[in-house]
Design a protein around this ligand. Structure first.
Ligand code: AMP
Ligand code: ZN
Length: 477
């Protein structure tokens, strides 16, 4: 098994992955707060986590992953109250649209999607344990985590706690905390809000405790990898560590991976800034989900990605290079007998692709390897395709696409290409001409299967071919 290295935010260095159980990676990824449709910033993080999961499998690991759905939280409660419905009715459509967006971007379903509202008992049990061991205390109707009791609090983010104390003094009055740095584990019920019975009276859980309780239930007290966007690093992940490690006396996760933000004009894409696009917004503008996925993985996950429409158009063009090569490959006759060039191209690609992914999931380098491969295969086609090349190249592209999930156009059902303008969509006249000629050549060589395949491609691109005595004619339908 190839050595896979990741940049561990805990310790801030590259580390070789060594799962607790050989060959099996347990992975926890913080999921959405379902109070609205997720935006493509959120989706950048979810696509990164999907590529991570697929990469682990590419290298032969079994993966067990859990992603929580935060379905009770201040914003949800406020919005549900305003809409006059209970939180279950309010969140249901956002849960559905979340899964639709995942499917539209070909993000794989993971093993567990636990919902906060279905795990209140587990959260209460953990809060009780923290209270018993002196890591938590009650104030008014709520329960707080006592940061002073946790000696290594801050080890993930390296946060300066004195700064936090100064910054949060005002909020501390609101909750009657012992110390401004302490955070809430259980919130006493307020009139008209959803509530659950607990040993401390009716109330609801704080946000951080849900991930600690649910990751433990589905992945164990210590698991391998924990992910989220960088905004989760502090306080959310720091607080998860504080809760779980204080309760269990063992590390929560061994590797912490954080993806950088998607930005718009340099600002983080976020609902509060009002600069969000959802996937549906982009599809309404005629952009293809396939190109959006490509754009999201084209930049290394630890670098910010500034979203622009021009970049989606670039993604279209890049993918068209792959499609064109695969089309040529499918229709070219294999004639050369010397297989050495094929072996060289194949070995170069296999090595570069795997090395890029093993190097902290460097998807931009992995795509670079794909495009060198596309270039090399085109060169082979120009010089004469060795026998067996088609199957070999296709097999490799399919294997690479198990990770990338963008190379195979046919897997993107009904996704006809972004093409906000004519030039980017469909086939150009010259391409159609070339295909029609290839088809005529195939017919002349009595390779009717190949001729039919080309006609099907042309039909799919909206081109009608008519065979006349003087040769084939075509027109756009
Ligand atoms: P939320 O629903 O806000 O809890 O976010 C769900 C996931 O999306 C978390 O992992 C966040 O870190 C991540 N996220 C939020 N905004 C962005 C953004 N602009 N770019 C990338 N990831 C983000
Ligand atoms: Zn979380």
């Amino acid at each position: 098994m190839e050595a896979v290295k990741f940049y561990n935010s805990l310790g801030r260095r590259l580390e070789k992955l060594e799962p607790l159980e050989p060959g099996h990676v347990r992975l926890y990824t913080c999921g959405p707060t379902v109070y609205d449709r997720v935006h493509i910033g959120n989706l950048r993080t979810f696509v990164f986590e999907d590529v991570l999961r697929r990469t682990l499998r590419f290298f032969g690991y079994r993966v067990t992953q859990a992603m929580n759905l935060t379905d009770v939280e201040d914003k949800i409660i406020a919005a549900a109250l305003e809409a006059g419905v209970d939180i279950g009715a309010f969140t249901a459509p956002h849960v559905s649209s979340f899964f639709e967006d995942l499917a539209a971007l070909r993000i794989e379903r993971v093993e567990h999607y636990p919902r906060a509202t279905c795990h209140i008992d587990e959260m209460i049990a953990m809060v009780e344990q923290l209270l018993e061991e002196g890591y938590a205390y009650r104030a008014d109707d709520s329960v707080f985590f006592r940061i002073a009791a946790d000696e290594d609090y801050g080890k993930l983010s390296g946060i300066d706690l004195d700064q936090v104390r100064r910054g949060e003094r005002v909020q501390s009055d609101e909750y009657g905390k012992e110390d401004a740095r302490d955070f809430v584990l259980w919130k006493g019920a307020k009139e008209g809000e959803p509530q659950w019975a607990s040993p401390w009276g009716p109330g609801r859980p704080g946000w951080h405790i849900e991930c600690s309780a649910m990751s433990q239930k589905y992945l164990g007290t210590t698991f391998d990898i924990h992910c989220g966007g960088v905004d989760n690093l502090f306080p959310h992940h720091e607080n998860e560590i504080a809760q779980s490690e204080s309760a269990n006396g063992s590390p929560l996760a061994r590797y912490w991976l954080h993806s950088e933000h998607l930005t718009v004009d340099g600002d983080k894409m976020s609902k509060s800034l009002g600069n969000c696009y959802t996937l549906a917004d982009l599809e309404t503008r005629g952009l293809a989900a396939r190109s959006i996925r490509y754009l999201l993985i084209s930049v290394h996950y630890r670098q910010q990605l500034d979203f622009t429409f021009a970049k989606v158009a670039e993604a279209d063009r890049a993918l068209k290079r792959v499609d064109d090569m695969r089309f040529r490959l499918a229709h070219e006759t294999e004639q050369a007998s010397d297989k050495a060039p094929l072996e060289e191209v194949v070995t170069g690609f296999e090595g570069a692709f795997a090395a890029a992914l093993a190097d902290d999931l460097n998807t931009s380098a992995a795509l670079g390897a794909v495009f060198r491969f596309v270039h090399d295969v085109n060169g082979m086609i120009d010089r004469g395709l060795p026998s067996g090349a088609r199957e070999r190249v296709e097999g490799l592209l399919q294997r690479a696409d198990q990770v990338l999930a963008v190379l195979d156009a046919s897997a993107w059902n009904g996704d006809s290409g972004s093409a906000p303008d004519e030039e980017l969509g469909g086939l150009s006249d010259a391409e159609i001409e070339r295909l029609v000629q290839s088809r005529s050549a195939a017919r002349a060589a009595r390779d009717f299967a190949a001729a039919d395949r080309i006609r099907d491609e042309l039909v799919a691109a909206g081109v009608v071919v008519e065979d006349a005595p003087g040769g084939s004619r075509w027109k756009r339908s």
